[in-house]
Design a protein around this ligand. Structure first.
Ligand SMILES: *[C@@H]1O[C@H](CO)[C@@H](O)[C@H](O)[C@H]1NC(C)=O
Ligand SMILES: *[C@@H]1O[C@H](CO)[C@@H](O)[C@H](O)[C@H]1NC(C)=O
Ligand SMILES: *[C@@H]1O[C@H](CO)[C@@H](O)[C@H](O)[C@H]1NC(C)=O
Length: 289
């Protein structure tokens, strides 16, 4: 490898080689486009699709950079998020309206299952020396629906967590009890990933064991996407509950409860020392005699 390299260098000549390296590093250092590898969005909500252009100081743009957001795989020129093609009209907005701004993030409204996929930010820059284009590394947009975390309909000691998500092996559901991760027995991912549904249902269940806070978390790889809390208190016996209800129905809560003077208690309290005194007096009298 090194041999080839060296022989090429010698064949080509040092000056040409240095010039070539200078050109390559020059074009690379002119600028880059950065976008996050993965983005999550809640179904029906808006998502910010970040894209940042980073240009080196010596690059002076003569006209505003031209921005494209491509939907991959790009089947036709109509698959463009920005400038929005017909199917994305009214749904996408540039966040920073300053055309020279390096912030090329767009707001994607009302994200649907079918919007799951890859998006690539592309920026064309024109300087007085010419034009060049920079491509971002693409962002994968994954969608999730609202999580449900409740007692199972058929078995009220079984706590079930369920959420619909874009099919992606990175999604994991975990259930915690007072901060401790629980082993889940009954987990499943159902749904036809090759059907028109575009989503799968993730499901985990645990048996309710003791009081406390149960939490279900949806992670995508290392990132927490959404979470849901279930507070569990051991059910109180039915009767006292009903009795409590009856009482609260008859007692007016606004009126402070009036306590009766416990006269019989006062009398009893007075009676005790009196009796003791009497007993002592009789004892004294008996001894005198
Ligand atoms: C794009 O990905 C390549 C390879 O994964 C990486 O070397 C490069 O730094 C990335 N570029 C940006 C701008 O993130
Ligand atoms: C780009 O602009 C949007 C909207 O103003 C903002 O939320 C985002 O943080 C900006 N990104 C950067 C990297 O400044
Ligand atoms: C609820 O499910 C658990 C585990 O699947 C089982 O052990 C238990 O007997 C069930 N309880 C009822 C009332 O069906």
């Amino acid at each position: 490898m090194l041999k080839i390299f060296l022989s090429e260098v010698t064949e080509w000549g040092w000056i040409q080689w240095m010039f070539f390296l200078f050109m390559v590093s020059g074009t690379c250092s002119q600028g880059t486009v950065h976008q996050p590898p993965v983005l999550t969005a809640a179904l029906g909500h808006d998502a910010i699709m970040p894209c940042q252009l980073i240009l080196s100081d010596n690059v002076k743009m003569v006209i505003p950079p031209v921005l494209y957001w491509a939907v991959l795989p790009q089947e036709s020129d109509d698959d463009k998020l920005w400038p929005p093609s017909e199917n994305y009209k009214e749904r996408v907005d540039l966040l920073d309206k300053d055309l020279y701004s390096p912030n090329k993030s767009v707001l994607f409204r009302n994200v649907q299952w079918a919007d799951s996929g890859r998006y690539q930010c592309k920026v064309s820059i024109t300087t007085k020396d010419g034009r060049f284009r920079r491509l971002g590394n693409t962002s994968l947009l994954v969608v999730h629906d609202t999580m449900t975390f409740n007692l199972s309909g058929h078995n009220d000691s079984l706590l079930r967590c369920e959420v619909n998500v874009t099919h992606n092996p990175g999604f994991v559901l975990t259930i915690f009890h007072d901060g401790y991760k629980l082993e889940t027995g009954d987990s499943s991912a159902s749904g036809d990933s090759n059907s028109s549904l575009h989503f799968v249902t993730l499901s985990e269940a645990v048996l309710l064991s003791s009081d406390g806070t149960y939490e279900c978390q949806l992670h995508l790889n290392e990132d927490l996407v959404t979470t849901s809390i279930f507070d569990y208190h051991l059910p109180v016996a039915e009767e006292p509950k009903d009795a409590g209800k009856n009482v609260s129905a008859t007692v007016q809560p606004d009126k402070p409860v009036e306590y009766k003077e416990p006269w019989h208690l006062y009398i009893a309290l007075l009676l005790v020392p009196t009796i003791v005194l009497l007993v002592l007096l009789t004892a004294l009298l008996i001894r005198r005699d």
